[in-house]
Design a binder for this molecule. Structure first.
Ligand code: Z5A
Length: 209
């Protein structure tokens, strides 16, 4: 069976994922590759509708368990309608956040039982696991400053407080340490161009480039 390559970008707020995933997509398209650039929550029409429910409103609008269920509902639709068909035709799928975000935000951040998070992940993601995950790491205060200057105001997850964001950072570092075959830690404090070089160094060997 043909299978493309599935690459996910992860990290806390303002880490620079979205900027770098766009740069990577542009470069790979210029090389003539079939690239699908997508994001979570969202990426398919149904999942984008769920995204609107998740990202708007008060910080405590949903309990962490309800959030985990909504994230997984969106993810399943995204996998069925976008990710799995793209991988089946051999595309490079670049996804801004995926299941590690649920482990970090709802698991470590929201204190949902890790066993529940893992069961949901097994049921929803199945075999559609990332081949490579880039984890963008930077101090919490730097990331929040960047995210706030970009948005001009707090959004739902950004308003959850420094302790929440410190738990996220620790969770991502733990995932990188536990799954070194899949994960590459990226120093997100570096300049835009230096981060792009680090992304290229992580991605190109996996593409045989
Ligand atoms: N979420 C969840 O809880 N559970 C889940 O399972 C999933 C998601 C899938 C989605 O938000 C939210 O959903 C997210 C987690 C939660 N929480 N929040 N907020 P989103 O899609 O709206 O945004 P995000 O993914 O969180 O993006 P972000 O972290 O806020 O930003 P980013 O993509 O990492 O960074 P950026 O937009 O590329 O850069 C931010 C600013 O910094 C921008 O002005 C850049 O020009 C600047 N920047 C970037 N890189 C640099 C460097 N290297 N130097 C200086 N300045 C830089």
């Amino acid at each position: 069976m043909t299978r493309g390559i599935f690459i996910t970008f992860e990290g806390g707020e303002g880490a620079g994922k979205s900027t770098q995933i766009r740069r990577l997509a542009e470069r790979l398209r210029a090389d003539g590759r079939d690239v699908v650039l997508t994001r979570e929550p969202g990426g398919s029409p149904g999942a984008e509708s769920i995204r609107a429910l998740l990202l708007n409103g008060e910080a405590d609008r949903w309990s962490p368990l309800t959030e985990a269920l909504l994230m997984n509902a969106a993810r399943r639709d995204h996998i069925e309608r976008v990710i799995a068909p793209a991988l089946a035709r051999g595309a490079v799928v670049l996804c801004d956040r995926f299941a590690d975000s649920t482990r970090a935000y709802q698991g470590a951040g929201g204190a949902v039982d890790p066993a529940v998070i893992a069961q949901l992940e097994t049921a929803v993601v199945g075999e559609v696991r990332p081949d490579l995950t880039l984890i963008f790491d930077l101090p919490v205060e730097d990331g929040l400053r960047r995210a706030l200057s970009r948005n001009g105001g707090e959004e739902r997850f950004e308003s959850k407080g420094a302790a929440f964001h410190e738990r996220l950072r620790a969770a991502y570092l733990a995932i990188a340490a536990e799954e070194p075959q899949r994960c590459v830690l990226i120093d997100a404090t570096a300049s835009l161009d230096a981060v792009e070089v680090a992304v290229r160094a992580a991605v190109d060997p996996r593409l045989g480039a």
